[in-house]
Ligand binder design. Structure first.
Ligand SMILES: *Cc1c(COP(=O)(O)O)cnc(C)c1O
Length: 496
């Protein structure tokens, strides 16, 4: 046995525990569909977790610790990779991504610097090139992998601020997006010193898109007021309804006005892998920067986001730093800030120095399954939403509110003529469904009314089960609507 201070387990134990971890993961991935979409721990378990004292001495049997955590993970959370997790944007994942994450951690892979990570740097550059190609982006597009869409948005908007405002006038910098834009955009701008009073969340049009006309008017008005418009943030797939902003028009406007066009495609950009999606995302290659989350519709485990720039040199201009003495000497040239043409050191391209070797997840998955299989999986999600849309419109008592767009649709339950069902019945029906445990659907608001929303990107979602979820939601909503009607009828002054 190694001395305790070495923090090592005996080799046999290492292998045995590793096999158990893999078995637990494979059991989860292969058995999940037959079980509930997730669970909630008991009050007792929550209390125990919250008050657990620091373990001073190690475990006599490390296997028991693994058993404990396995049980907690199996039963205590909702599973975003479950085929009936239909809320928000699911995270369907692949086993290859899991293996890559384990390998990246197991080999302590350095990623920031060519000197120590030549292979990881090359793999990341190649994976970026593959991804840009899959999305139909121009030759020369570059970027880096980050934790997720929030960080991708922050990274891109930092470059936008530097490149357009040139380090001056941040206090006057003004940015534009629709009111359907993900909250991470406004938060990123706040971090960058662009407060909410200089973020124009313009009301979306009836198609939930950013309308170029009102945008142009607002930019002009702000310029006249002495502000410095610098960026437009467009959506390639809003979370709410899958809406795509009019990218070609916005790109033309931004070019004419000298504004940066950032496209948030965290969830939806992956649709560009297939012809139909690429048509819906026309104009995507015109973006100055793009966020895409492979941990959503490219089936990788969290965390895997990506920021892509048409002109990636801006990353280095924004994030490059001169090297401290303990690193500078290692550059053969002796130049403290090496010529960017020499090659990429990712630590100069983003906020992080030490980073997980995340690129390996997508690299390994693409190598094992092939890009065509990824296209097939994305197409399946788009097609499933379309089929479900037809089912909803043909099912008595339900109708679409927004048609399927990039694998997202919203629908409502139609009240009996003359009945006015409170919006909260939609929320309650979703919670009732969650309590039953079989599926997860969450509501959203479209044109001021609460509606049901379903996202069908999980390629392992069964279509028949999906229809059953809609039918069950309708039943739960009807029960809530009836109860609400009874309550109103009993209220003095309410309808007789
Ligand atoms: C998920 C998402 C984000 C945030 O990404 P994270 O990976 O959760 O940080 C931003 N924008 C859109 C459109 C998203 O779908």
């Amino acid at each position: 046995m190694a001395p305790e201070h070495e923090l090592r387990l005996p080799e046999e134990t290492m292998r045995a525990l590793g096999h158990r971890v893999i078995d637990a993961i494979v059991d989860h991935l292969t058995g999940m569909a037959a079980g509930p979409v997730g669970g909630r721990p008991t009050e007792e378990v929550m209390a125990r977790l919250a008050s657990e004292p620091l373990p001073r001495a190690g475990a006599a049997d490390p296997g028991k610790v693994l058993d404990e955590v396995h049980e907690l993970l199996r039963t205590g959370n909702t599973h975003p990779d479950h085929p009936r997790f239909l809320a928000f944007v699911p995270g369907p994942g692949t086993y290859t991504g899991v293996l890559a994450a384990a390998l990246a951690a197991g080999f302590a892979v350095p990623t920031g610097w060519r000197l120590t990570g030549p292979v990881s740097t090359a793999v990341e550059l190649t994976t970026i090139r593959w991804l840009a190609g899959l999305l139909g982006l121009p030759e020369g597009t570059g970027g880096l992998f980050v934790s997720g869409g929030s960080t991708a948005n922050l990274t891109a908007l930092t470059v936008a601020r530097e490149e357009v405002l040139k380090g001056e006038g941040t206090h006057l910098g003004t940015a534009y997006c629709s009111d359907q834009t993900h909250f991470s955009v406004e938060r990123a701008l706040r971090v960058l010193g662009i407060g909410a009073d200089r973020v124009r969340r313009l009301p979306a049009d009836t198609g939930q898109r950013l309308a170029p006309g009102p945008l142009a008017a607002r930019v002009e008005e702000d310029r006249r007021a002495g502000l410095l418009p610098f960026a437009v943030i467009a959506n390639a797939g809003t979370v709410g309804t899958g809406a795509v902003d009019p990218l070609p028009e916005l790109a033309a406007f931004c070019r004419a006005e000298g504004l940066w066009l950032h496209v948030d495609g965290a969830f939806g950009a992956a649709a560009a892998l297939v012809e139909e999606g690429r048509a819906a995302l026309a104009g995507l290659p015109l973006a100055d920067s793009l966020s895409v989350d492979p941990h959503k519709w490219l089936f990788q485990p969290a965390e895997l986001g990506c920021v892509l720039l048409r002109s990636p040199a801006g990353l280095r201009r924004t994030f490059g730093v001169s090297m401290p003495s303990y690193l500078a000497g290692a550059h053969a040239s002796g130049d403290p800030l090496p010529d960017p043409d020499e090659g990429v050191d990712f630590m100069h391209h983003g906020i992080q120095q030490t980073r997980e070797f995340r690129a390996l997840k997508l690299w390994l998955s693409l190598k094992v399954f092939g890009a065509d299989a990824f296209g097939g999986a994305v197409a399946h999600g788009i097609d499933t939403a379309r089929r479900l849309g037809r089912f909803i419109d043909s099912h008595p008592g339900t109708e679409l509110v927004t048609p399927p767009s990039l694998a997202v649709l919203t629908f409502r339950c139609v009240p009996v003529v003359g009945e006015d069902v409170p919006d909260e019945c939609v929320d309650r029906a979703c919670l009732d469904l969650m309590a039953e445990g079989d599926a997860l659907v969450m509501p959203t608001t479209v044109a001021g009314r609460r509606v049901f929303r379903i996202c069908t990107i999980n390629p392992r979602t069964d279509f028949t089960e999906l229809c059953e979820v809609v039918v069950r939601l309708h039943e739960l909503w009807s029960a809530r609507a009836e109860a609400a009607g009874d309550a109103t009828a009993r209220t003095p002054g309410g309808p007789a």
